[in-house]
Every structure is written in C-alpha cells, then in structure tokens.
Design a protein around this ligand. Structure first.
Ligand SMILES: C[S@@+](CC[C@H](N)C(=O)[O-])C[C@H]1O[C@@H](n2cnc3c(N)ncnc32)[C@H](O)[C@@H]1O
Length: 268
C-alpha cells in the first residue's frame, strides 16, 4: 500500500509504502488472524486495505469491512479491491473511535498498526467492542516502545544529528500502546477479556537502496515534521545523514531495520 503521510519537506509528495515496510510481519499476522470461511471481519485503520483484502479472500462465506479515517486511503483500498475482483469486501471512511458500527455484526476485529492513534482509547475500544459479537476475537499489532525500535533510533538520530530522545508513549501517537499493562488496562476497561500481549520481532523494509530508503523516510510524519523546521542548509545536512544511515543498513536485499511489536489478542 502507499500512505499519504507527507506533510512537507524536501519530498513533499512522497508516499510511504506500509505493505513493503511490514511485509515480514504478514505471515505471523495471517496465522494470528486465523480467518475462517464464515468470519465477518472488521479491519480497523485499514489504510489501503492489504489486511482487509487478505481476510476477505479467506472469509469466502462472510466478508470484510475496512475502515480508515483517511479518505485517500479508503479510495485506494477500494481501487485495489476492485482490481482484484473481490466482492465480499467493503471500505468506509470512518473514525473507528466513534463510528456507529452495526451492533454485534463482526466475528473478528483486526488491525495492523491502526489502533494506536485514538485520543480516548477506552472509548474507542468500547465502540469497537460493541461492533463485535460476544465471544468475537480482536487481534492487533502495535509498536513496542520507541526505544526498542532500531528504525526509530536510526531515523530520528539522522534527523536530529545526535542520539534521539525517546518518543513518549502519548495517547494518539504511534507508541501509545507500547506498555503491555496499558494495553491490558485499556482493553479490560473497554469490556474485553482474555487479553494476551505477545512479543514479536521482525525487520522492517525501507527501500531497495539507500536513496530509495531515504526518500521513503521523507514521507513519514516524523521526517516531514522535522524538515519544516530546518533551513536549507540544515535540510541538506539532515538528508546527507539520512542517506548515510540508510547506506549503513543496506544489504543485497535492500535496506532493513530491526523492529519490535506486540501481537495483542483479546475476546469480546
Ligand atoms: C500506520 S497506518 C497502518 C495502515 C494499515 N493498517 C496497514 O497496515 O497498511 C495507520 C492507519 O490508521 C488510520 N487511522 C488513524 N486513526 C484512525 C481512526 N481513529 N479511525 C480509523 N482509522 C484511523 C490512519 O489513517 C492510517 O491509515
């Protein structure tokens, strides 16, 4: 998929390809989702819908709904599903925190890094829980602490030109569900049971070579937010540092960094 994360900076229209970045997580997610033929799947923060489409292909007697707050992502997801000829998948532009989902409609809730951005996580997961049938499963992948992420240290270090400060696990940010006790507390308060938080580690991919990887990073919010503060000289130096860091992680298979996530499962 491509992501519309760009907010300015030297590659103002750059896009980020999450499907490429997260490809090594896909097999373990497929196993954890364990989609059955009769499942009705709700994919939260679906982006361009890679995981939604995969679930729809397996839920041959059911189907999948992907929701994302971004209109551009939903449009892209619809295009990709139509190109594949899938007729049991739908996408809606919706804020999963408050969207009036049909009550007890879905047997399985899924998310690949789409549930960390809620301003009020308990309210959001309560809303999602209402959409799941009693006994339905919720399976999601969320980032562990920013300090555990080689990709964060590399990118932020390159942007800052020094060792980066840890990103605080603020509500609404990518590391908001990094603390297992928080995850357990939020999901329990939202009415879920059998919460399980499992350590998973896979490398993430940024591009075929250092230049491609640096360009990809520029599409990320953390880069564009830094670049809008730089003058021309600082921007050039930051780009040089970014390319050097990417070159340092370049392999014959492209540019990779270690990452750590939590695979979180729970039952409604
Ligand atoms: C890191 S991307 C992951 C996208 C997708 N799950 C994937 O793996 O390709 C996070 C996605 O969550 C979406 N998102 C953030 N907050 C949301 C909300 N409150 N409701 C629905 N989608 C949301 C964003 O628009 C973005 O597409």
């Amino acid at each position: 998929m491509v992501e519309e994360e760009s907010h300015g900076g030297p590659v103002a229209n750059a896009v980020f390809d999450y499907d490429a970045e997260l490809r090594r997580y896909q097999p373990l997610l497929r196993e954890a989702f364990d989609v059955r033929a009769d499942d009705h799947v709700l994919d939260i923060g679906c982006g361009a819908g890679r995981t939604t489409r995969e679930s729809a292909r397996l839920a041959t007697g059911g189907g999948a709904l992907g929701v994302d707050v971004s209109a551009a992502m939903v449009a892209r997801a619809r295009e990709l599903a139509a190109a594949e000829g899938l007729d049991n998948v739908r996408f809606e532009q919706a804020d999963a925190q408050v969207h009036p989902f049909p009550s007890e409609r879905f047997t399985l809730g899924t998310s690949r890094f789409g549930t960390m951005f809620f301003a009020d996580p308990v309210a959001a997961f309560t809303n999602i829980g209402r959409a799941l049938r009693p006994g339905g499963r919720l399976v999601q992948l969320v980032w562990q602490d920013s300090g555990e992420q080689e990709w964060v240290a590399a990118i932020q270090g390159a942007l800052a030109g020094r060792d980066p400060a840890p990103v605080p696990p603020a509500a609404g940010g990518p590391f908001s569900l990094a603390d297992p006790a928080t995850v357990d507390g939020v999901l329990t308060a939202a009415g879920f049971t059998d919460v399980s938080v499992n350590d998973v580690r896979e490398p993430v991919y940024y591009g075929a070579d250092a230049d491609a990887a640096a360009d990809a990073v520029l599409a990320l919010r953390m880069a564009s937010e830094a670049f809008v503060r730089f003058d021309a000289g600082e921007a050039e130096r930051a780009l040089d540092r970014l390319r050097a860091v990417m070159a340092g992680h370049s392999t014959v298979d492209g540019v990779w960094f270690d990452s750590r996530a939590w695979l979180v499962t729970a039952r409604r």
